[in-house]
Design a protein around this ligand. Structure first.
Ligand SMILES: C[S@@+](CC[C@H](N)C(=O)[O-])C[C@H]1O[C@@H](n2cnc3c(N)ncnc32)[C@H](O)[C@@H]1O
Length: 284
C-alpha cells in the first residue's frame, strides 16, 4: 500500500529516465486522470493511501507515457485556443502554432460578422469549432480524407454546441465539395517532407497519424492540390485563403499562389510567437 506522494515520486523517476522533460507535471496529470480528481486534490491528500487497483491503473498509464504515447492521446483531450478538444490516434494533436490562424481571422472579421468558411483537412476540428465559437454568426464546412478524423471533428463540434452551424464532408481536399460560395478557406495541410518523416521526434511519429504529416517529396504536394482545386472552381467567391506553412516553404508558396492568380501584393506572411513565418494569407 502506497500513498499519493510516494506513488508520484516513483512515477516521476520512471518518466525522467525516459527523458520526459515535464515529467513531474505529467505524473500529476495522469494520476488526476486515473483517480478522476483535480491536481489540487493530489497535493492536499499527499498522504492518502491508494488501493492496489488504482495504483496499477496509474502505473499502466505511466508505462504508456514512458513508451512514447502522448499525454493528449492517453487522456483523450487537448487544449486549443483555451478550450478542450477530444483527440485520439486518428487526428493530429492540435498545436499552439495553429492558434495563429484564429488570430488572423480575428483581424479580418469582427465578432458579429456573418461569413462562411471551409476548413480543409479539419482533423480534430479544432480550427473549425474554434472559429464557430469566436464568430457566432458564421458557418463552416470541414473536409478530411480520413473518416475517423471526421468522426472526432463531429464529436468536438457537438461538445462545443456548434454542430448546427457546420457540415463535415469526406473529401480529397475540394474534390467532393460542390459549393464554391465561401468567404474564407483555411487549411493546415500536411507539410513534412517525406524524407524527413523518419527523423521526426519519436513523440510525433508515435502519436500523430502519418496522413496528417506527410507532405510528399517537397512538402508542397497538398498545397499544389489545394491550389489547383481552387483554380478549377472558376467562379469562386472566396475572398481569403489562409494556410499554415513551414517557413522554409514561403518562397515556393508565393510562386505557387501567384501561378493560380493571386497578386503578390495581396499575399502576406504571418509570424508565430518565435518570429517564424508560419501562416500565409492570400486575398483575392
Ligand atoms: C496537419 S493535419 C491538420 C489537422 C487540423 N486541421 C489541425 O490543424 O490540427 C492535416 C489534416 O489533413 C488531412 N488530409 C490529408 N490528406 C488529405 C486530403 N488529400 N484531403 C483532405 N484532407 C487530407 C489529414 O487527415 C489531417 O487531418
Amino acid at each position: 500500500m502506497q500513498d499519493i506522494k510516494s506513488i508520484l515520486i516513483a512515477a516521476n523517476k520512471k518518466l525522467e529516465k525516459n527523458k520526459i522533460e515535464t515529467s513531474n507535471l505529467e505524473c500529476q496529470i495522469l494520476l488526476s486522470f486515473a483517480l478522476g480528481v483535480s491536481k489540487e486534490y493530489l497535493i492536499i491528500n499527499a498522504n492518502k493511501v491508494l488501493d492496489d487497483k488504482k495504483v496499477n491503473q496509474f502505473n499502466n498509464l505511466i508505462k504508456r507515457r514512458a513508451d512514447g504515447e502522448s499525454i493528449s492521446n492517453i487522456i483523450g483531450k487537448r487544449e486549443f485556443y483555451g478550450r478542450e478538444f477530444m483527440v485520439n490516434c486518428n487526428v493530429l494533436d492540435p498545436r499552439p502554432d495553429t492558434e495563429l490562424i484564429i488570430d488572423i481571422v480575428k483581424e479580418i472579421y469582427t465578432m458579429d460578422d456573418d461569413f462562411s468558411f471551409m476548413d480543409l483537412g479539419t482533423g480534430s476540428g479544432c480550427i473549425i469549432s474554434t472559429l464557430l465559437l469566436e464568430f457566432p454568426n458564421s458557418s463552416g464546412i470541414g473536409t478530411d480524407i480520413s473518416e475517423n478524423a471526421l468522426n472526432i471533428a463531429q464529436i468536438n463540434a457537438k461538445k462545443h454546441f456548434v454542430d448546427h452551424r457546420v457540415s463535415f464532408i469526406l473529401s480529397d481536399w475540394l474534390n467532393a465539395v460542390n459549393s464554391n460560395k465561401f468567404d474564407l478557406i483555411i487549411s493546415n495541410p500536411p507539410y513534412i517532407l517525406t524524407n524527413d518523416l523518419k527523423s521526426l521526434p519519436h513523440e510525433v511519429s508515435y502519436n500523430d497519424p502519418l496522413i496528417a504529416l506527410d507532405g510528399g517529396i517537397d512538402g508542397l504536394t497538398h498545397y499544389k492540390k489545394i491550389a489547383s482545386n481552387l483554380q478549377n472552381k472558376s467562379n469562386s467567391e472566396t475572398k481569403f485563403l489562409i494556410m499554415e506553412i513551414n517557413e522554409d516553404m514561403a518562397d515556393e508558396l508565393f510562386q505557387l499562389l501567384m501561378c493560380v492568380g493571386f497578386e503578390r501584393k495581396n499575399i502576406n506572411l504571418y509570424d508565430d510567437l518565435s518570429n517564424r513565418k508560419r501562416v500565409i494569407c492570400s486575398k483575392y
